[in-house]
Design a protein around this ligand. Structure first.
Ligand SMILES: [Zn+2]
Ligand SMILES: [Zn+2]
Length: 377
């Protein structure tokens, strides 16, 4: 009966073991994450490169030169407009001075006085400046008009070039997408080449050592790997495929659990089996077919699980209580002679109630139940 005597330790210790198992798993997951990220830095295709290789190089060059020419024209127009503003200020200043001087001259003439030579000189100077400014302003206007014309031509050409570039873009984009998809696939393959051998190792270790002392380490390691593999698959393969992989894994897992449960019921572990036998003996039922064990004072009674408590057992102890007993329905031996003390003991419980001699209790269907290793009665 070694299975019931394994030492599980105090609950604080068990809790700590769970905690550190989880921590171990998380750390392994991180470590794998770092490795995956480093693999992920492997450079992929660059759009500019693909464009240079597939696109019309002359067209691209022209587009670049057109862009700088347009910028230059805009800049020239801007600077001329700025100079015009300055000229406008200067012109309006001269205009004001001229008007004031003319006003002054008019007043002097009205009073019958002659204008001084200085005033005449200033007036002439203002007039000269005014006219010069006007001429410059006009010149700027002409230049701006010419530049505008040039800009329109450049922009027309730019539009044409842009249309041609747009026409060749889908092909470039398709090629880039193809290269990128290939790169992603290679990355995924590389990552899985690292992860899958580890996963196989974890699976092998799990199958070999899952009942061993260091099983929690294996659980943490295996679970972290499983999650990481799932993440890598999800990251690199379209969700369309991923959902099938995920559902297949889930079905496999659920099937495994179901099979385990079904087997546990069909081939119960010794602990459960003993519990079931013990309860059946306590209620005087055959542990295998649930037929009442009618021996001793209950020899002439009948009961079910419901009527057991109300059953009135005759108080007389008949002398033939201690005799071997076999279930009349399923032919399972339930009470037998002890091989050590020769008194009657339970056939399906581990120890003799009189002398304590232990014997192997085996699940039904194995040889021991049909022909137990005790003495034959
Ligand atoms: Zn039976
Ligand atoms: Zn005994």
């Amino acid at each position: 009966m070694t299975t019931t005597r394994t030492n599980k330790g105090p609950w604080t210790h068990r809790l700590l073991i769970y905690f550190f198992t989880v921590l171990f798993g998380v750390l392994i997951y991180w470590l794998l994450g770092f490795a995956m990220r480093d693999i992920g830095t492997w450079p992929g295709p660059r759009y500019a490169e693909v464009e240079q290789r597939l696109g019309d190089a002359q067209l691209t060059q022209e587009a670049g030169s057109l862009q700088s020419q347009v910028a230059e024209a805009n800049r020239a127009i801007g600077s001329r407009k700025q100079r015009q503003t300055v000229l406008r200020d200067s012109t309006s200043n001269s205009e004001k001075t001229m008007n004031q001087l003319l006003e002054l001259q008019k007043m002097t003439l009205q009073k019958g006085l002659t204008a001084s030579g200085d005033e005449g000189k200033v007036l002439a100077e203002s007039q000269r400046l005014f006219l010069a400014n006007q001429a410059k302003y006009q010149e700027m206007n002409d230049q701006i008009a010419a530049l505008d014309e040039q800009l329109l031509v450049l922009q027309d050409r730019q539009r044409e070039v842009q249309l041609k570039l747009d026409a060749q873009r889908p092909a470039i984009q398709a090629e880039y997408n193809r290269l990128n998809a290939r790169h992603q696939f290679q990355l995924a393959a590389l990552k899985l080449a690292v992860l899958l051998p580890l996963l196989l190792l974890a699976g092998w270790l799990f199958l070999k050592k899952r009942a061993g002392l260091y099983a929690p380490l294996l659980h943490g390691f295996g679970l972290a790997l499983l999650v990481k593999v799932g993440m890598v698959i999800h990251e690199h393969f379209p969700t369309r495929y991923f959902k099938y992989i995920l559902i297949a894994a889930a079905i496999a897992l659920v099937t495994r659990v179901l099979v385990y449960l079904l087997r546990a019921v069909a081939f119960p572990k010794l602990d459960w089996l003993l519990k079931q036998y013990r309860e059946a003996y306590e209620h005087f039922f055959c542990p295998l077919c649930s037929h009442p064990i009618r021996r001793g004072p209950r020899k002439h009674l009948f009961w079910t699980r419901g009527s057991l408590k109300k059953l009135r057992v005759p108080n007389t102890v008949s002398p033939d209580v201690d005799e071997a007993y076999t279930c009349p329905v399923c032919a399972t031996r339930l009470f037998e002679e002890c091989s050590a003390c020769q008194r009657i003991r339970h056939s399906l419980l581990p120890a003799c109630q009189h002398c304590g001699t232990e014997k192997e209790v085996q699940p039904p269907g194995t040889a021991a139940t049909a022909a137990p290793t005790g003495s034959q009665y």
